[in-house]
Design a protein around this ligand. Structure first.
Ligand code: GLU
Length: 299
């Protein structure tokens, strides 16, 4: 009988643009940590939101990862093929009355004036039934007024009260698209992910994901949230702030810089070497304990 791997990690880019230095950090960290544990490393394309996608980005991302020398296990999972699984999860939440239809507009919600960790908190208008005259637009999940806590391998003990900090959140949007929070939980479980290593920009999403895992009776993986690269203005390097795409012709300097960013201090001589030499060094020396315990830093 094949034994279950004790470590299975993943990298889950969204094809809304090309990979840049910020996304390389998450790829490098999740990859090296998985390999250090002799684990598997899976790729998942989070193509959930066609209007925000950039044509050709999904295949360009795979090409970039290949040019950088990443080797992933098994076929790439595309979230665009997973709608039936997301519907099944929504159905089960509906049956247990955790999920409810909401007819409120953005403006109505904003007018209630409640704010939390990520902006506006839903005031609960449709929690006990659609308000008179409203039609269902989105589907929301109930949250509870208790702390959800976990120990993050980089960021330490994290605790969040979803009712106070976030509010009932959307799992299926008014435009019919599935929310990231739902898809990520369903797919991490289906792919048997045991360890999630990703950017700390998603740290505040993790309690929502743990809430859903509990409601759907799914296991909670171990989490490690890496520092996020920001610019001088403190903005995350992202497709929105136009971070330059990675150079496929010259991967070694960016890979070297990603290792340095993650506190690994690769020898200066390797900066101008090739990626096999850098990977060989990184596999031998990777130490999660050396990663700075911060949510963000300058590259
Ligand atoms: N697709 C998400 C992103 O590109 C990452 C999701 C995750 O790692 O949970 O930001």
């Amino acid at each position: 009988m094949a034994s279950k791997p004790t470590y299975r990690g993943r990298f889950a880019p969204s094809p809304t643009g090309l990979l840049h230095f910020g996304s390389l950090i998450a790829a490098v960290g999740s990859y090296l940590e998985a390999r250090k544990h002799h684990g598997e490393w899976l790729l998942r394309m989070e193509d959930l939101d066609p209007p925000r996608e950039m044509p050709g980005a999904a295949s360009a991302i795979l090409q970039t990862l290949e040019a950088f020398g990443f080797e992933w296990d098994g076929p790439v999972l595309y979230q665009s093929t997973r709608h039936a699984a997301y519907d099944a999860a929504l159905e089960s939440l509906k049956q247990h009355r955790w999920l409810y239809p909401c007819g409120c507009s953005r403006k109505e919600i904003a007018d209630a004036g409640l704010t939390g960790t990520e902006g506006v908190i839903y005031p609960g208008t449709c929690r006990n039934g659609l308000a008179a005259g409203k039609t269902a637009r989105a589907w929301r999940i109930r949250v509870e007024d208790t702390a959800i806590s976990f120990d993050d391998a980089v960021q330490g003990h994290i605790s969040q009260n979803l009712a106070r900090d976030i509010g009932d959140f959307i799992l299926k949007r008014a435009d019919g698209l599935y929310a990231y929070q739902l898809a990520v939980v369903v797919d991490d479980a289906m792919q048997g992910i045991t360890h999630v290593v990703r950017g700390a920009d998603l740290l505040d999403s993790t309690p929502r994901q743990i809430h859903l895992q509990r409601l759907l009776d799914l296991p909670t993986p171990h989490y490690a949230h890496l520092p996020v690269a920001v610019n001088e203005a403190g903005e995350k390097l992202s497709k929105q702030t136009l971070a330059t795409p990675l150079d496929l012709e010259q991967p070694a300097p960016a890979l070297w810089q990603a290792l340095e960013f993650l506190g690994q201090h690769p020898p200066a001589a390797l900066r101008s070497s090739d990626t096999p030499a850098l990977w060989a060094w990184a596999h031998r020396h990777w130490d999660m304990g050396a990663i700075p315990h911060v949510r963000q830093q300058l590259p």
